[in-house]
Ligand binder design. Structure first.
Ligand code: ADP
Ligand code: ZN
Length: 756
């Protein structure tokens, strides 16, 4: 077989390099190469039409019998790399489980972990391929048979990692037994079939060839919990269902308040896509909110659901992505990165709560999962449904312009009414009490009544800690973080002042470090203080605080939410993590302690975010048979974000907000590229951006800056911004003409959501 120059994308932040590889090596197959003296893994990217003149090295091995990344996913990678200004190598780890991206430097038993080294590699591989190419479609059934039998037991699965050249005879027996069983067996059966002892499994697990996991009857549990009833779609739901044409690309925006039945529409659509033998990609915004959804999915599509969900144990996550590689699941649910999951033949994409900021990565590569999902649907030529009660203004405007098809659910199912929303003007409360009040009398009274009736209340305050910051009354200085340009937050529980950006912490001083006066005083209450206050007011109530401080341990948020769902909590108090997802059947009162908190932020989306948060948290009240009541405490009762939330009027809000955006030239009327510089001194950061600005040669852009970032210093690094406004095409052209140095101090945030 002839060796030809082939581009290889290494699993490193480097552009593709050229090696010699067998002619016809499929794109996307993993190969092992030598980079200077170390072994590295890469993806074959096709022949290099213009190879460098230097002498090329041959690849050292081919690691897969078929490409792990489907060709359409590679196309998405190429698009994302161009659009976000990153390398395809940066996207690889988002698409494949870590176990398939090994550090090849770690050689085993002194033997390099390569598949085949000789010139005949390709032929030998083809032969091997006969084994591996065995119809991948049979794997799922076998896997699931095994999984179902495995209630409460440990299951052993092949990881899908290629065999190393050398295994002991005992290890080979295990691998063959697993292959014969379709990739997975329960541990006792496997030990019996292979006739080996436990220690062999341990070794294979250490070598990354098998995984062992407990299948605590998770699936069965989910199935049972989700099988509560069958639903007959109402007229609006049916209309939405029929409006989505399978088998062709189209973007649909499904707008309807929480509880209006959007999920039932997604489920009906998924059923049709699966019946047509296509797969479904289902994106959700957050960990910890999917428990109920997984039950509904597993009940509806038993054994066909895979989860890419960082909140579950690593075994399930890893195993499930592996199932995708072998076509072993037909519906994949996951958070942000799931948009890049190696799913083939996609027939439907769902993006639930499409407006959620968590779909945007705030780390390089700064992808937006919703936007990439739309591109993916286009590549797959399938419909995509974006759902929300409060769509992003970007999606809403696209629907207004007819680029997306708008589908609406205006009613809640029978028997469920919208909560009654009231406003308490904190200015009046202050005038009367002559001091700041955490809970104004109407909210206090409503709380008391709710507790008396044995119902639940939820109080939202979007600030954790005890006091927001400490200030010296003598000199007026706030105690700041020595490494960041923000003040420290007081946490009474452990008597610490803490930086919420870098984690720096210190014991609260007795006196002001600046002027020495002993007049330090806390300003601005946080959730910790509210909790304390509530405990004094309602000593017999069961109070649960949920914020990032109390939910640091994995699973504790889920546990808290479940306790609340089971009625073991009377008052829930916490930050915005309470606003989403979960249904609390006995929750009848929602109080927002400071509704305008988010409005003070210098961000053109402040109003939109506040409206979304208030509408969402209001939707928590009275979802079941009990009528709900919502009380918003605010200093600005006339602000549109608050008045429209009061009326639960998304359309009115959008109509009032969009003209501002248009007038100021902000999205959705222009696109933004935020160039961020980080350096040891403000001057270096400024100079890097200024140099970039001077070089800019693309016409039709508005350039703002360099300006200080919202938080000009974090972890001792100075941060500056340069904001480019213009059309998407022009912004892409900037990237093409002025590519960024991956190791440089300037990075790109395309379609930015955060300006901190
Ligand atoms: P959303 O996704 O918009 O929040 P869901 O689809 O979760 O709404 O619906 C909320 C609740 O109402 C769920 O328990 C769901 O089963 C139920 N439901 C939705 N549509 C119907 C219907 N047509 N008939 C009866 N119950 C329904
Ligand atoms: Zn800090």
């Amino acid at each position: 077989m002839a060796l030809v120059p082939t581009r290889i994308q290494l699993n490193r932040p480097l552009p593709p390099l050229t090696y010699l590889a067998p002619e016809g090596l499929p794109e996307g197959v993993r190969v092992r190469v030598r980079l200077r003296t170390t072994a590295a893994m890469g993806l074959a990217m096709g022949p290099d039409p213009a190879p460098p003149a230097a002498r090329l090295r041959p690849i050292e091995g081919i690691l897969d019998p078929f490409p792990l990344l489907p060709p359409k996913l590679r196309e998405l990678h190429r698009f994302a790399a161009r659009y976000y200004g990153c390398l395809e190598a940066h996207l690889l780890p988002l698409s494949l489980p870590q176990a398939l991206l090994p550090h090849w430097e770690a050689e085993e038993d002194g033997q390099p972990l390569s598949f085949h080294r000789d010139r005949e590699a390709w032929d030998v591989l083809a032969e091997r391929g006969e084994v591996w190419h065995r119809d991948p479609a049979i794997l799922p059934t076998l896997l699931h048979r095994a999984a179902l039998r495995g209630v409460g037991l440990t299951e052993v699965r092949l990881t899908g990692a290629p065999h190393p050249p050398r295994v002991t005879p005992a290890q080979a027996k295990v691998l063959l037994a697993l292959e014969d069983a379709g990739g997975a067996l329960m541990e006792p059966e496997l030990l019996e079939a292979a006739g080996v002892g436990m220690s062999v499994l341990g070794t294979l697990e250490k070598r990354g060839l098998v995984v062992r996991m407990k299948r605590v009857d998770l699936l069965a549990q989910r199935r049972e919990a989700g099988a509560d009833r069958t639903v007959t779609l109402n007229e609006e739901q049916r209309a939405a269902l029929e409006a989505v044409a399978l088998g062709t690309f189209g973007v649909h925006l499904l707008q309807g308040v929480t509880g209006s039945g959007k999920t039932e529409v997604y489920l009906a659509l998924a059923e049709r896509a699966l019946a047509a033998n296509r797969r479904v990609l289902w994106l959700v915004p957050e960990i910890g909110l999917t428990g109920r959804l997984l039950s509904r999915l597993e009940a509806r599509f038993p054994g066909r659901v895979a989860v890419g969900h960082a909140g579950l144990n690593a075994g399930e996550k890893h195993g499930d992505v592996t199932r995708l590689l072998f076509n072993g699941a037909s519906l994949f649910v996951g958070v942000r990165n799931a948009v890049l999951a190696p799913l083939r033949d996609i027939g439907l994409i769902v993006v639930d709560e499409e407006h959620e900021g968590s779909y945007k990565s705030e780390e390089h590569p700064r992808i937006h999962a919703r936007d990439l999902a739309i591109k993916r649907a286009q590549i797959e030529d399938c419909p995509i449904v974006l759902g929300s009660a409060t769509p992003s203004l970007e999606s809403w405007q696209a629907a207004q312009e007819g680029r997306y098809r708008l589908l609406r659910l205006r009613q809640r199912p029978a028997g469920i009414t919208l909560p009654k929303v009231e406003i308490v003007d904190l200015r009046d409360v202050y005038r009367e009490a002559r001091r700041k009040v955490i809970l104004a009398p109407p909210l206090m009274q409503a709380l008391g009544e709710t507790l008396t009736r044995g119902e639940q209340a939820l109080l939202l305050l979007n600030r954790r800690g005890y006091e927001n910051f400490w200030m010296c009354r003598a000199c007026g200085k706030a105690l700041g973080c020595p490494h960041c340009a923000i003040s420290l937050t007081y946490h009474r529980g452990d008597f610490r002042l803490r930086c919420h950006l870098c984690g720096h912490e210190t014991a609260p001083p007795e006196a002001c470090p600046d002027c020495g006066a002993e007049h330090l005083r806390g300003v601005g209450e946080g959730t910790e203080q509210v909790e304390e206050h509530l405990r004094q007011l309602f000593p017999s109530a069961r109070i649960l605080r949920l914020d990032r401080d109390t939910t640091r341990r994995r699973g504790s948020l889920e546990a808290g939410l479940l306790a609340a769902e089971a009625g073991q909590v009377d008052i829930l108090v916490g930050t915005q993590m309470l606003a989403k997802g979960h249904t609390f059947p006995r929750l009848t009162l929602v109080g927002v302690l400071n509704a305008d908190q988010g409005l003070k932020v210098a961000d053109f989306r402040a109003s939109e975010r506040t409206f979304q948060l208030l509408t969402q948290v209001a939707g928590r009240a009275g979802r079941a048979e009990l009528a709900g009541r919502v009380i918003l405490q605010t200093y600005s009762p006339d602000h549109p974000a608050i008045t429209f939330a009061l009326a639960q009027d998304f359309e009115g809000f959008a109509a009032s907000e969009l003209p501002f955006r248009e007038g100021l030239g902000y999205p959705p009327f222009t696109a933004l590229s935020l160039y961020r510089a980080e350096a040891d001194t403000p001057r270096q950061a400024h100079e890097a951006l200024e140099a970039f600005r001077q070089r800019l040669s693309v016409p039709g852009l508005r350039v703002l800056g360099p300006l200080e970032a919202g938080v000009p210093r974090v972890r001792d690094r100075w941060r500056m911004h340069l904001l480019l406004k213009g059309g998407r095409g022009a912004l892409s052209e900037v990237l093409r003409r002025h590519p960024l140095d991956p190791g440089g101090s300037v990075s790109l945030d395309r379609d930015p959501l955060q300006f901190g």
